[in-house]
Write a protein that binds this ligand. Structure first.
Ligand code: ARG
Length: 467
C-alpha cells in the first residue's frame, strides 16, 4: 500500500477534504491520460463560455479578455509540447484551469463561474466528435472516389458472382465495386444525419439543474457554431445518445470494410487467384519463404470487432444510469476515441490497398467466368422468352446441367443438334446468348449488372461526388 498523506490535496475540491487522495486512487480516478485529446476543444469551449460571461455582465470584459488570452497561451504551449499535465491534474478541465490561474493569476479562478465540469465535458466531447465526423466523411469520399476509379477501369472485366459462396451468375467487376460505393454513400449520409444531433450545446446546463447566473446559452452555442441547445439541463449533462449513434455508424462502416476485406482475402488466395497483392501492401512470413500475406484486409476485418465492442460498451454503460451525471460517464471517452481512430486508420489503409495495393488478374477472371454453369439461368430465360413456362424451362435446363456434368462438358460444348434434341425452340443464337459477356450484358434491368446499367450507375456516382 502506498502512503496516503494527511494534508489536503491540490484539487479544486480539496478544501472540503481532510486528507489527500491515495496515490493509487488518484491514478484510478484520473482521465488526463486520455482526455488530453480534448484539450483544444476544452480551450475553445472555455473561451466561448468566458466571452458569454462578459457579454452578460457576469464577469468584467477586461478580465474575460485576460482569460481568453491565457487560454490561447495554453493552446500554444500545448501545441509546442510544453503543456504536459500529470495525474495530479485529474482531468483536462482541471489541468487547464490550474495552468490558467498560474498564467493570469486570480482572474483565472473566475472562468468556472456558472459552469460545471459536467456540461463542460459534454461540450468538449461534442466539439471533438463534430470534427471527427467531418474528417471521417472526407475519408469516406476518398474511399468512394477510389472505388469509382477502379470501377471505371473495370466495366467490362467480368468476375464470378456468388450466392452461398457458390458460383451464381457472372458480374461486371465495376458492378461489384459499386455495391461498396453505395454502402459508403449510406455511411456518409448516416454521419450527416448524426451530426445534427451531435451538434447541440449542453453548455450552461451546469452540474445538472442549470445555474443561478443570468447566462446566455444561445450566445455560447452561436460562438461555438452549435445548431441548437439542449432544452433540458438534466438531459444535457447526461445524454450520450449522440456517441452511441456515432458508434453505430462507425460499426456499420467497419462492417462494410470488413466484408470487402474478406473478399479480398479470398480473392488473393491460390484457390481464387483473382488478385495479386503488391509488395507495398502485403507482408511476408518469418518462416515460409513463399508467403505473401493480405495483412491489411485481415487487420481491418479484425479491428471491426473492437469498434462493435465499443458500441456494446456504451450501451451497457448507459442502460442503468440514474439521472444525471455519474462518473461512469468518464468511460465513454476511450471507447469513442478508439472507435474514431480505428475507423480513420481502416479507411485510410483500405483506400491505399484498393487504389494501389492489388492488381486484378484478367486472365484468371476470364477463365473463371467461362468454365462453369453460371450461364444456366440464361438458358432457362432463353426458353421462357420463347414461350416455355419458366418453371418448365428451369427443369429442362436442370437436366441438361446434370447430363453435361456426367459428360464433363460445359453448356457451350453442346452441339446444335443436342440443343434441339433437348427442346425444338433452341436455335444457333443460343451460343451467343450464353457467352459470359452476353450473360452480363443481358441483365439490363434497373440496378442490374448489364453494362448499360453499370455505365449509368458510374455516371450517377460521378455526379454524386462532384457535389
Ligand atoms: N473527467 C470527467 C469525465 O470525463 C469530467 C466530469 C467530471 N464531473 C464530475 N462531476 N466529477 O466525465
Amino acid at each position: 500500500m502506498e502512503n496516503t498523506s494527511s494534508t489536503p490535496g491540490q484539487q479544486p475540491w480539496s478544501q472540503r477534504f481532510e486528507s489527500a487522495l491515495h496515490p493509487a486512487i488518484a491514478r484510478f480516478n484520473a482521465s488526463i491520460g486520455f482526455d488530453i485529446a480534448l484539450i483544444e476543444y476544452d480551450l475553445t469551449g472555455s473561451q466561448a463560455h468566458v466571452r458569454m460571461l462578459a457579454q452578460t455582465g457576469i464577469v468584467p470584459a477586461s478580465e474575460a479578455e485576460q482569460i481568453v488570452a491565457g487560454l490561447e497561451q495554453i493552446r500554444q504551449e500545448y501545441r509546442q509540447g510544453q503543456f504536459q499535465p500529470g495525474v495530479e491534474a485529474e482531468d483536462v478541465h482541471f489541468a487547464v484551469e490550474r495552468r490558467l490561474t498560474e498564467l493570469v493569476g486570480d482572474v483565472g479562478k473566475k472562468l468556472h463561474t456558472a459552469r460545471s465540469r459536467n456540461d463542460q465535458v459534454g461540450t468538449d466531447t461534442r466539439l471533438y466528435l463534430r470534427d471527427q465526423i467531418q474528417q471521417i466523411q472526407a475519408r469516406l469520399r476518398q474511399w468512394q472516389q477510389t472505388l469509382l476509379d477502379l470501377a471505371e477501369q473495370n466495366v467490362e472485366t467480368l468476375i464470378p458472382g456468388y450466392t452461398h459462396l457458390q458460383r451464381a451468375q457472372p458480374l461486371s467487376l465495376a458492378h461489384h465495386l459499386l455495391a461498396y460505393f453505395e454502402m459508403a454513400q449510406r455511411d456518409w449520409q448516416r454521419l450527416t444525419e448524426i451530426y445534427q444531433r451531435v451538434n447541440v450545446s449542453p453548455l450552461g446546463s451546469g452540474a445538472l439543474a442549470g445555474t443561478t447566473f443570468p447566462i446566455d446559452r444561445h450566445y455560447t452555442a452561436e460562438l461555438l457554431n452549435f445548431g441548437g441547445v439542449y432544452a433540458n439541463s438534466l438531459d444535457g449533462v447526461s445524454d450520450r445518445d449522440f456517441a452511441i449513434e456515432f458508434l453505430c455508424a462507425a460499426s456499420l462502416i467497419m462492417v462494410h470494410l470488413s466484408r470487402l476485406s474478406e473478399e479480398v482475402i479470398l480473392w488473393a488466395s491460390e484457390e481464387f487467384a483473382f488478385v495479386s497483392l503488391k509488395d507495398s501492401c502485403s507482408t511476408g512470413s518469418s518462416i515460409m519463404p513463399q508467403k505473401k500475406n493480405p495483412d491489411v484486409p485481415e487487420l481491418v476485418r479484425g479491428k471491426s470487432g473492437r469498434v462493435f465492442g465499443h458500441l456494446q460498451a456504451l450501451l451497457v454503460l448507459m442502460k442503468g444510469l440514474p439521472l444525471a451525471y455519474n462518473k461512469d460517464l468518464q468511460e465513454d471517452k476511450e471507447a469513442l476515441f478508439d472507435a474514431v481512430n480505428t475507423v480513420q486508420a481502416c479507411l485510410e489503409a483500405m483506400t491505399i490497398l484498393m487504389a494501389e495495393g492489388l492488381v486484378f488478374r484478367p486472365e484468371r477472371l476470364a477463365e473463371a467466368v467461362s468454365t462453369d454453369f453460371s450461364n444456366a439461368t440464361d438458358v432457362a430465360d432463353y426458353l421462357a422468352a420463347r414461350g416455355v413456362p419458366f418453371r418448365e424451362a428451369y427443369n429442362i435446363v436442370g437436366q441438361v446441367v446434370k447430363t453435361c456434368l456426367a459428360q464433363s462438358k460445359l453448356l457451350k460444348d453442346l452441339s446444335l443438334s443436342e440443343w434441339q434434341a433437348i427442346h425444338p425452340q433452341f436455335e444457333a443464337d443460343i451460343y451467343q446468348a450464353i457467352t459470359p459477356q452476353q450473360v452480363v450484358a443481358a441483365r439490363n434491368s434497373y440496378g442490374g449488372t448489364g453494362f448499360a446499367q453499370v455505365r449509368n450507375a458510374l455516371a450517377a456516382a460521378r455526379d454524386l461526388l462532384k457535389i
